[in-house]
Design a protein around this ligand. Sequence first.
Ligand code: AKG
Length: 282
Amino acid sequence: MKFGTITETDRRNYREQGYHILREVIPPNLLRDLRRAADKAHDIAVRLHGPQTQRLAPLKAYEGELDLKPFREFDHIEGLVEAIQALLTPEHTLKPTVDACLLFNPRARPWSTEWHRDWRDHVLEDEFQKEIGDARWEEIATDFRLWNQVNCPLYEDTATWYLPGSFKRVHNTPEEMRVYASTTQQELWDEDQRRTDEELEQFCLSYCQAMPGAVQLVLNPGDFCIYRNVGWHIGNYVPYRKRATLATHCFTPAFAKFSADYAHMLKAVEAGIERHKRMAAI
Ligand SMILES: O=C(O)CCC(=O)C(=O)O
């Protein structure tokens, strides 16, 4: 198998730590074509959403303006689906890349997201307890058919930080909640420019570093990092580090079903990231 054989240790580590990196999966010619298309995608994103924009999604929405051929070729990289299935389960496939997203560097100023755990932090607590509850969440969060996000950078990418093992925990630790609550997305965006660019860069970096046990993912061009996005993670961005990273998913029918069954619970995010802060745990 390409990209090295997936070993039992890799499988065990993924199930414990929640992330694994397949190294350099993109062949050089495809990397060149993807970079060219990603430059165009970044220009579209900036035109639509301004210089600080983080993403363009889904890529297929820009057919005509954007050359989708390299993204379609990405779906067929030799040995990639086999490696995913060896790490996860035989029912996993790669989500079609034209349905995926490209993540970019900001063009003006540094910023970072908040530390967050996908889905769990994007639904309202009352609804969560009514429809799912802690016991079922433990099963859902540790169901390996679900939550296998991918970051595949076209340039070296050190923007993402991850807290290994955290995806398994129903309740966050008091230390995690203290870091999470130590700032706000508004401060990390700094739209009213209270900080210089360098102060803001250091502020965001210190917030990333403050999470106990977190690791900064160091990805080289074409690396394919699979991570359980219900664990704590964060994206930290600076304009001087070019970023064009495919953000996609290792997919299963079970994940499609979960997403459809519970789509209504993500209303809070759609209404403007009305994040529920579980302050009781602090
Ligand atoms: O930029 C990244 O790698 C992480 C992005 C992320 O987690 C988010 O946008 O919610």
